[in-house]
Design a binder for this molecule. Structure first.
Ligand code: CAA
Length: 263
């Protein structure tokens, strides 16, 4: 185990709730995702989620690569038994799903294999015009192993997902936006400015409604439509028990800014 910092943490903004930027930091390997990095990322995500001063979390990489995939050198010699016993990918790649706060992926350059999958695990993706997305695992004799075969079709539809998973071709930022994989594309030199502005727009909102809105949207991907709509309706009704709902609606009607009470 090395002492290398593979994920850096920077707090941005000045309000009551700020933005935690987590930056993948293995530049020489194009941020290839190894177990140490995923352990550090998991710990940083949970720490930010538990910090009341943090509103949103941003996950980003370098100008050249968000992440070029799981670390091929680290897994090249792994046996099936080792992968199952570890359990490889599962042990420390799913932590992000425990996070209740919004996680925005800021993607520039390559987001390939596990990098594309990690970006898709975030709540939404804002891409630089330099971004390239792909699931090229088939070229090295495997398949996507961190949810790519499940999340990509939900994001871009079956035909394009099959195309990407089977041919391994990359999708540029414009195509990714057309396909619905990313929410917006911005100039590369404006990426962090735009992402931090999006995070700030969320940071000033009621944390309860933000966390529950996120949970409801995620629910739409987890079961059938009826289950999702029922779940949404229950959560919607329960928000009428909070002071923030009263305050938010009163402020709108009184044409003033709401003062969230976190209750
Ligand atoms: N794992 C380990 N090392 C990687 C890597 C990866 N996924 N991607 C890049 N690197 C390393 C390269 O080996 C190289 O290291 P050296 O300088 O020591 O040789 C360094 O990063 C720079 O890479 P390149 O010289 O290849 O850079 P390039 O600009 O010519 O090409 C690239 C960039 C197209 C992204 C190319 O590096 C590439 O194809 N990378 C592999 C992409 C891939 O197959 N990803 C899927 C991995 S499997 C996976 O992710 C499984 C899963 O679902 C969880």
């Amino acid at each position: 185990m090395s002492n290398e910092v593979l994920v850096t943490c920077e707090l941005h903004g000045a309000g009551a709730r700020r933005t935690m930027v987590l930056r993948l930091n293995r530049p020489k390997q194009l941020n290839a995702l190894n177990s140490e990095l995923m352990d550090q990322l998991g710990a940083a995500l949970l720490a930010a989620d538990g910090d009341a001063a943090v509103g949103c979390i941003v996950l980003t990489g370098s100008d050249k690569a968000f992440a070029a995939g799981a670390d091929i050198a680290a897994m090249a010699r792994k046996t099936c038994a080792e992968a199952m016993a570890e359990p490889f990918i599962t042990r420390n790649w799913e932590t992000i799903r425990q996070v209740r706060k919004p996680v925005i992926a800021a993607v520039a350059g390559f987001a390939l294999g596990g990098g594309c999958e990690l970006a898709m695990m975030c709540d939404f993706i804002i891409a630089a015009d330099t971004a390239k997305f792909g699931q090229p695992e088939i070229k090295i004799g495997i398949i996507p192993g961190a949810g790519g075969t499940q999340r990509l079709p939900r994001a871009v539809g079956k035909s394009k997902a099959m195309d990407m998973v089977l041919t391994a071709r990359m999708m540029d930022a414009a195509e990714a936006e057309r396909a619905g994989l990313v929410s917006r594309v911005v100039a590369a030199d404006k990426l962090m400015e735009e992402v931090l502005a999006a995070a700030e727009a969320i940071n000033v909102l009621s944390p309860a409604s933000v966390a529950l809105a996120k949970a409801c949207v995620n629910k739409s991907f987890q079961g059938g439509l009826d289950d999702g709509v029922d779940y949404e309706r229950r959560v919607f009704h329960s928000l009428f028990a909070t002071e923030d709902q009263k305050e938010g609606m009163a402020a709108f009607l009184e044409k003033r800014k709401p003062e969230w009470r976190l209750r």
